[in-house]
Design a protein around this ligand. Structure first.
Ligand code: ZN
Length: 319
């Protein structure tokens, strides 16, 4: 049997046919059909699923489920995409639209950060763990939780918002409208913004030279590269960033006593340059002497497809 995993992003709709050993045996990526909205998206999922099955020498009877992850919020029934701004989806009944094409196959829908946590659980950094947290540091901060060996989507199924835990009372403005959220301090965007401030405050810094004095040329990687090379202005920005991220990770460890916290997204590409000081920082702030591991997420670009394909397995799992 196979499961199809569908990862819908603002740019591409990526799909994979996943076998029982969790290998992606066939995959396809097409431009996300934004203009066609939900109806066209559902139709493409149907067409591409048949294409993938055909290439694998299988047919619809060999399909256990169609799992879909989207970068947005899903209603508590798991049927409607309430808001996915990058996709232009608002109150979009996506599950129903896809089910119309797959009358005999279960269709499951989830937030992409939840899917990514599930992918780490079944195939990546969380294998062997029952309690784990994933933080994805990108434009924003996403996250997912595994509790008791299952994806945890909140007590009322409204989702979990690790990026909007409050880190600094009355702190920096966050895109959610609140102040002081994890996202406002720990996203790649936050690192970039602090890089811009530091560059403008210190025209002699390597930061300023690397970005050619232009704010639009600053990004998280420039900050990390300059910090790695010892630029004082960049080191200060990076150290502060690690301290905030350490607080966010320590919060999750203190709350959940989790076996593992994985960090994904662009910033995690900094590798041990980030993880070594981060672990020290977390250890200092953790309530527990023997706390869980802090590691890079490993599923990368396959997280969406694998996580989506595992939604059915997660749903069927007994507590
Ligand atoms: Zn927020």
């Amino acid at each position: 049997m196979y499961n199809v995993g569908v990862d819908i992003g603002g740019t591409n709709l990526a799909m994979g046919l996943v076998d029982e050993e969790l290998n992606i045996v066939q995959r396809v990526s097409i431009p996300f059909p934004k203009a066609g909205g939900g109806p066209e998206t559902a139709k493409q999922i149907w067409e591409k699923t048949n294409e993938l099955l055909g290439k694998a020498g299988a047919d619809i009877k060999d399909l256990e489920s169609v799992g879909v992850v989207v970068p947005g919020s899903i209603d508590a029934t798991g049927s409607i995409v309430v808001n996915a701004y990058n996709l232009g989806f608002h109150d979009e009944p996506l599950k129903e639209r896809i089910e119309a094409y797959f009358p005999d196959t279960p269709v499951l829908l989830a937030n992409d950060a939840n899917g990514a946590a599930l992918a780490e659980f079944y195939k990546g950094a969380f294998v062997g763990c029952n309690t784990a947290a994933l933080l994805t540091l990108g434009t924003g901060v996403g996250g997912g939780l595994i509790l008791g060996g299952k994806m945890f989507n909140g007590g009322m199924n409204n989702g979990v918002e690790l990026g909007h835990m409050l880190l600094v009372s009355g702190g920096k403005y966050c895109t959610c409208g609140n102040n002081g959220c994890v996202e406002a301090y720990c996203s790649a965007t936050a690192l970039k913004q602090e890089g811009i401030k530091a560059m403008q405050a210190d025209p002699d810094s390597m930061l300023n030279k690397r970005a050619g004095g232009k704010a639009e040329r600053m990004n998280a990687k420039v900050v990390i590269d300059c910090a790695r090379e010892g630029d004082e202005a960049a080191v200060k920005v990076f150290d502060e960033y690690v301290d905030y991220l350490g607080s966010a990770v320590a919060c999750m460890i203190n709350l959940l006593d989790c076996e593992c916290v994985a960090i994904g997204g662009g910033v995690s590409a900094a590798g041990e340059f980030l993880f070594a000081p981060l672990r020290q920082n977390v250890h200092k702030k953790s309530f527990f002497e023997n706390h869980g591991r802090v590691v890079p997420a490993v599923m990368g670009n396959d997280a969406g497809i694998i996580g989506a394909a595992m939604l059915k397995r997660d749903q069927d799992k007994k507590l």
